[in-house]
Structure formats: structure tokens, C-alpha cells
Design a protein. Structure first.
Length: 327
């Protein structure tokens, strides 16, 4: 049995499932409104569990072939209304849910698992820290809530500074009367000019600021259990994509397959091993002076565009991993 955790709207999941279906591999999908629960049998020399989906038996631990954390994290059932008159009961309920969720994650990670539960968005500060420890080039960065410190950083960078979300990017979905999603609003990378500096209060919510790199082009690399697939993105050819290439996909911006230099490919592999991630999409900038500067990693990022550009069929590679096919 292959267990898949994803969202209804994820097209790549559907492609992978079509391969599993073609090869007659049994699987069970947990979507964003599905609950998983484990029931345990533990003895002096035995630790076993059964998997339930929405209170229905799925399989035993020994029947699990692999697990794919694509999008949706562990969701456990909450009994009752969740409203308590006593703070102590509310705290107990919260800790009870946390304990169950953490144990399920541990059990899933104990199986052959693609992706890492609890890491839908990797901490940018930790990512940059690990890169520096591995001597991987990253942008000059300041994480602060102080206007005074930001102004000093801004002046040191010659006024060329950008900001983006420190954690998960802001996202807002607009739905119509039928409940269908019509449009999204995302938090994109923005430039920080003097006018933005002037209106800031002396102290604000902790935010990340980085030097604005002079880009030659950008690279999006998909890492899958030791393999890399890369796409070159010529974001500088379109005004809309200068700061954030995601805004340029509908502008005719050119992309193509890209082979990472050997030293960069080794950096990607070493970094992902250090981060304990066997899947992720990495954003890299090639500067005008030919530096390869690492920006961030998304442990469950979109990979469809890279798959097409690289003619790699990453969906099939994911399915092979889940089916334990190594040839």
C-alpha cells in the first residue's frame, strides 16, 4: 500500500496516481479534509500499528510500501466541539492532538517516505545558515525588526534591497458564488526603496531583507532522492519578472533545460543531505559575474514546469520511487 498526502488541486499528484494505477499499485490518498489515525499494538519486542482514514481501516504498518508527503500534513480527528470552559482542558486537548500528530509523523518517516512531514515550508534563516556552514554562496541578508538597522543595511547595499516573506508566503484565494476558486493573490518579492523606508515605524514585525542581485538568469532545480532536474529561467527579459520570476510566466518569458555545473550539483546534493530532505525545489541565481547564489528551498514546491523544460517526466520519477523501482 502506498500512502499519498496531497491536495485536490495539485495536478502533479494526479499524474503520479495515474502511473500507480497503470502499474496496478494499491494506494490511498489523504486530502486536506481527511483524517488519519493510528492504533498501536506494543509489546516487549513488538511495535505495530494500523492505519485508519476517517475511521475506516486502510492497512497495517507492514503493508505500507511507501509514503509521499506532497502537500497536506497530518490531520487528526478532533472529537467534540473543541470549545472548553476551563483553560486546563483546552491545553490538554491541544497537547493531545500534538502528541498524536507527532507520533504519526514519526511512523510515516520510519517508512520509505518521499518528503518530510512538518516541513511544507523550510525555515529561510536555517536554510541560509546551513548554506554558509557549507560555504555555499547566498545573498547578503538582514533579518530584523529595526528601521535603524534596515537603513544601515540599505545604505551598505547602495539602496538595492528586496524583501519577501520570512515564512510561508502570503496567499489569498478568491472564490465565486459556487465556491470555485477564481484567482489567487500571492506574496511576491518586492523592492525596498527610500519611500518604503520613510513610512516604516521605528520597530516592525521581524522581516527578511536581502541585497538585490544583478541576475544573468535564474535556475529552478528539482532534487529527488539524489537526482537533479534543472530549468534555466530568463527572468531578466521581462519587466514583470525582474524581481520574482513567478510573475513572468504569462509574459512569454523564455525557459529551457539546464545542466548544473558539477560543483553546483555537488553543492545541491550536500545541502539537501544536510537539511535531511530527499525532495525539494531550489531557487538559484546566476549573477552577471557568474556567481551561483542559492536563495531558498521549497520541500514541496511545484515541479511541473521544470519537468517539461528538462524533458524529465518528474511525475514518473516520483512514481518509480514510491513503487520501489530503482532500475
Amino acid at each position: 500500500m502506498i500512502l499519498v498526502f496531497s491536495e485536490r488541486t495539485d495536478l502533479n499528484t494526479r499524474q503520479v496516481l495515474s502511473y500507480l494505477n497503470y502499474y496496478e499499485e494499491p494506494f490511498e490518498v489523504f486530502l486536506e479534509d481527511d483524517f488519519i489515525e493510528l492504533e498501536y499494538g506494543i509489546g516487549p519486542t513488538c511495535f505495530d500499528y494500523e492505519v485508519y482514514k476517517n475511521h475506516q481501516f486502510v492497512c497495517t504498518a507492514h503493508e505500507i510500501k511507501s509514503v509521499w508527503y506532497r502537500r497536506t500534513d497530518i490531520q487528526v480527528c478532533r472529537f467534540g466541539s473543541g470549545i472548553f470552559s476551563q483553560k486546563s482542558l483546552e491545553h490538554y486537548s491541544r497537547e493531545h492532538i500534538k502528541t498524536r500528530s507527532e507520533q504519526i509523523r514519526r511512523c510515516m518517516h520510519g517508512q520509505k517516505c518521499l518528503g518530510k512531514f512538518g516541513f511544507g515550508n523550510y525555515n529561510k534563516a536555517e536554510f541560509l545558515e546551513q548554506c554558509t556552514l557549507l560555504q555555499i554562496d547566498v545573498p547578503k541578508t538582514l533579518i530584523t525588526g529595526s528601521k535603524r538597522k534596515l537603513r544601515g543595511f540599505w545604505e551598505a547595499c547602495g539602496g538595492k534591497v528586496i524583501t519577501k516573506s520570512l515564512a510561508y508566503p502570503y496567499e489569498y484565494a478568491q472564490s465565486n458564488a459556487a465556491g470555485e476558486i477564481e484567482s489567487y493573490r500571492l506574496g511576491y518579492t518586492l523592492s525596498v526603496g527610500e519611500s518604503e523606508l520613510d513610512v516604516l515605524p521605528d520597530y516592525f514585525d521581524l522581516s527578511i531583507f536581502q541585497e538585490k542581485l544583478e541576475k544573468q538568469f535564474e535556475i529552478r532545480t528539482i532534487y529527488l532522492d539524489g537526482k537533479t532536474f534543472s530549468q534555466a529561467i530568463f527572468s531578466q527579459s521581462r519587466e514583470e519578472a525582474l524581481l520574482d520570476y513567478r510573475q513572468g510566466y504569462d509574459s512569454g518569458m523564455r525557459t529551457c533545460n539546464y545542466t548544473l555545473p558539477e560543483f553546483v550539483d555537488k553543492q545541491v546534493r550536500k545541502l539537501m543531505h544536510t537539511l535531511d530532505l530527499n525532495f525539494g525545489s531550489l531557487d538559484i541565481v546566476v549573477t552577471t559575474d557568474r556567481r551561483y547564489v542559492f536563495l531558498e528551498v521549497n520541500p514541496n514546491g511545484q515541479y511541473g514546469a521544470v519537468s517539461v523544460s528538462a524533458n524529465a517526466n518528474v511525475d514518473y520519477e516520483v512514481a518509480r520511487f514510491l513503487m520501489n523501482q530503482t532500475a
